[in-house]
Design a protein. Structure first.
Length: 403
């Protein structure tokens, strides 16, 4: 069966930084090809991508991932019916229990001796819940509908028991873009899980990368000139690297998660097109913010290769199993591009997976990346998003998928 898979390959040079650290504060790393490489976890870059969505998509297209899901739902209940102030949290908790099956309890917090609290803590879920804003709105409407003329919780519970199917449907329909892309797990109700349409690899340096330490001091502004010594001293670990980043999007799974466009005059593939465009821009331009104020390591990729496939996703990390050597003039980017330029055509030819010229795009910056030119159509970021979205729409148009 023909599939629609979008592969995104990125080369990005990052100066001294600590994008993603472990429990000791050291930049994460991994051994690959027998040497230690700089590493940025997939979770860190997915988080950065999700945060970038806030500038690219309207709030109603995005989800909320939180343990404080009761508070989030209670806010929506009150936005619709302010007279339910006294019972909004309880209404929200009972609605969520019926809709998702998750445990909602007041968290156990250690209070200081003698401390008095005037506002009781709101119940929370035992793990992060991922719900779209449209799903929260649907649950809020259901809660208000069943709360009775005076907000009686007992009437709500009776109403929910009779409408459990509606409550569960509310959290299993109209998924947000980030839920559709990155998936959702509901441990207490596996039928509400959402299979992620996107896979993001751990970013790896294409070369051996050592970890260095910065010894720093801070001076006390009120110390007199004759008082020697620093007000504070410490160390920060960092590294620098040319990273290979990779992500794959199963466009068919994405369409199943999002559903078809149902608005008047809207093509069925419109939700997927918008999601693909937002993901491309967010994944390409985002950056994890670990120690960003210390290092100011704001960089953008030097090269992006995007391919639309019809069989399976393919990473090109194998091109760097043998660590890239530093070029004669220094740097690793030029040799990295040369390796990709020779590795990709051979791999695709041997496996019979070469993509059509119109389904392969290259977005690059600088003469160091010139070797990548033959690998696809030259584009800018804007034209890449436009052309890939159009190609996806064209692929999905004759699929015959119905709602």
């Amino acid at each position: 069966m023909t599939r629609t898979i979008l592969d995104v390959h990125i080369l990005q040079t990052v100066p001294p930084s600590n994008l993603n650290r472990d429990d000791t504060g050291t930049p994460k790393s991994a051994y690959y090809g027998g040497v230690r490489r700089a590493r940025v976890s997939s979770q860190a870059w997915k988080r950065a991508t999700r945060k970038a969505f806030n500038d690219l998509l309207p709030p109603e297209e995005l989800g909320v991932r939180t343990k404080k899901v009761t508070e989030a739902l209670a806010e929506r209940i009150l936005a619709r019916e302010s007279s339910l102030q006294a019972v909004a949290v309880q209404l929200a908790a009972e609605t969520l229990k019926v809709a998702t099956g998750i445990k909602i309890d007041v968290p156990k917090r250690k209070e200081k001796k003698g401390e008095e609290t005037t506002t009781p803590a709101a119940p929370e879920s035992s793990y992060l819940m991922f719900l779209s804003r449209r799903q929260l709105d649907a649950l809020a409407a259901l809660a208000i509908e069943g709360s009775g003329p005076h907000g009686e919780v007992k009437i709500l519970i009776d109403h929910l028991k009779k409408n459990k199917a509606r409550a569960r449907h509310a959290v299993d329909a109209r998924h947000s873009v980030d839920i559709a892309l990155f998936g959702r797990m509901v441990a207490d109700s596996a039928d509400l899980n959402v299979e992620a349409a996107t896979q993001v690899a751990h970013a790896l340096s294409v070369h051996k990368s050592d970890i260095e330490s910065d010894y720093y001091t801070a001076v006390d502004d009120r110390s007199p000139d004759d008082e020697s010594g620093a007000g504070m001293i410490g160390t920060i670990d960092f590294n620098s690297a040319t990273l290979y980043r990779y992500a794959a999007v199963d466009v068919d799974e994405l369409q199943r998660n999002l559903g078809l466009g149902l608005r008047e005059g809207e093509a069925p593939s419109t939700p997927v097109e918008k999601a693909i465009g937002a993901f491309l821009e967010a994944f390409i331009t985002s950056l994890p913010t670990g120690k960003i104020n210390t290092f100011g390591n704001h960089t953008l990729p030097s090269a992006v290769i995007v391919k639309l496939r019809d069989r399976w996703p393919v990473s090109f990390v194998g091109a760097f199993e043998e660590p890239v050597r530093q070029g004669p003039a220094g740097g690793y980017l030029r040799e990295s591009c040369r390796k990709l330029a020779s590795y990709i055509p051979e791999l695709e030819e041997k496996y019979g997976i070469r993509t059509a010229p119109e389904h392969s795009w290259v977005f690059r910056v600088g003469e160091e990346t010139e070797d990548l030119t033959p690998l696809g159509t030259a584009v800018s970021l804007t034209s890449l998003i436009r052309d890939v979205s159009a190609a996806v729409a064209q692929r999905l148009a004759p699929s015959g998928v119905t709602a």
